[in-house]
Write a protein that binds this ligand. Structure first.
Ligand SMILES: [Zn+2]
Length: 320
């Protein structure tokens, strides 16, 4: 989700008729001048929940200093404005947004994630561990919107997709074991959403949405992961997460996104601060997990019935 300065301008421009003219002001893309940019541009705010049911989530997030961690993780990005990272109740709507220079994740969304994640240790992730991936993913997705909008980064396609790839690329920059847990955790959620949709024809309004369908977002993440490391994420193939026809393109898909990140985003990242961020241990997972499924103990490597490959093999290998 998002609606930032660029979209607000486009809505305004459309309203006054600026966009009906085919004449396009085609200035070459220019990065924002260095003197307008600063590191450490993130503020944080834990907003007291209005719904008493959200108080345990609020307390848990405050205690884990989650916003302070994102603030430190994002500090190396040089931005022209300050952005607030916020946890807040959203009157019953489970959502996350970048709006009015604030990245907001609703308590309702965290509650939704908790309800969707496995309630027993699964593939090496405890229930608490399984929350970490979706939580980091949603903040990085919204940070992707923020970075694209605030730095006026060019991109093809839908911004939602660009924000997804931004988030997944960053999930894959942590050390191998952490990347593995983050991708798996995020996949538990998206896999469940994808499976819930199985057997139903998607509504036209969902096909027309700014977001891809849950199953597409799920497979896009697996493709990026497999493209980044075909050993660490070998189970993308062995457990039937990806059809072979997609898997063969995943290395290229990862590399094109890596190229875009390095070309367009890296110039805005302070290298000294980045080294400190990369050297820090960010996560304390409860359960150990081996780098690949092949190395995992047999009992935890077993695919649970709800994960059965049938859910991930309905597509076969298509030629188009
Ligand atoms: Zn979004």
């Amino acid at each position: 989700m998002k609606m930032g300065v660029r979209n607000q301008f486009l809505s305004f421009a459309a309203a006054i008729g600026l966009l009906c003219c085919p004449v396009i002001a085609s200035a070459a893309y220019e990065p924002i001048p260095a003197e307008k940019l600063k590191t450490d541009q993130f503020d944080i705010e834990y907003v007291e929940p209005k719904n008493p049911a959200h108080r345990p989530i609020y307390e848990m997030m405050k205690e884990s200093r989650i916003l302070e961690k994102f603030q430190a993780f994002l500090a190396p990005i040089r931005l022209p404005i300050r952005i607030t990272l916020k946890l807040e109740g959203c009157d019953g709507v489970a959502n996350a947004t970048f709006w009015d220079d604030a990245i907001k994740v609703c308590y309702e969304y965290l509650e939704y994630v908790w309800n969707q994640t496995p309630k027993m240790t699964k593939r090496g992730l405890s229930p608490k561990d399984a929350m970490v991936g979706p939580l980091v993913d949603v903040f990085l997705h919204e940070a992707g919107h923020a970075v694209l909008e605030v730095l006026d980064i060019p991109f093809f396609g839908r911004e939602e997709e660009a924000a997804d790839y931004f988030a997944t690329y960053l999930l894959l920059q942590f050390c191998k074991d952490d990347s593995r847990r983050l991708i798996l955790g995020a996949s538990f959620l998206s896999g469940r959403e994808a499976m819930d949709d199985q057997g139903k024809a998607p509504e036209l309004r969902l096909l027309a949405d700014t977001h891809s369908l849950p199953a597409q977002r799920h497979f896009n993440r697996w493709c990026m992961a497999y493209g980044a490391d075909q050993v660490l994420f070998a189970d993308a193939i062995s457990f039937g997460m990806l059809p072979k026809s997609r898997a063969k393109h995943c290395r290229y898909e990862y590399q094109t996104n890596e190229y875009a990140f390095k070309k367009l985003i890296s110039p805005y990242i302070d290298e000294e601060l980045k080294k400190k961020v990369m050297a820090r241990k960010w996560f304390q997972f409860e359960t150990p997990v081996a780098a690949t499924m092949m190395d995992m103990p047999t009992e935890t490597a077993t695919v649970a019935p709800e994960d059965a490959p049938k859910a991930f093999r309905p597509f076969g290998d298509r030629t188009r």
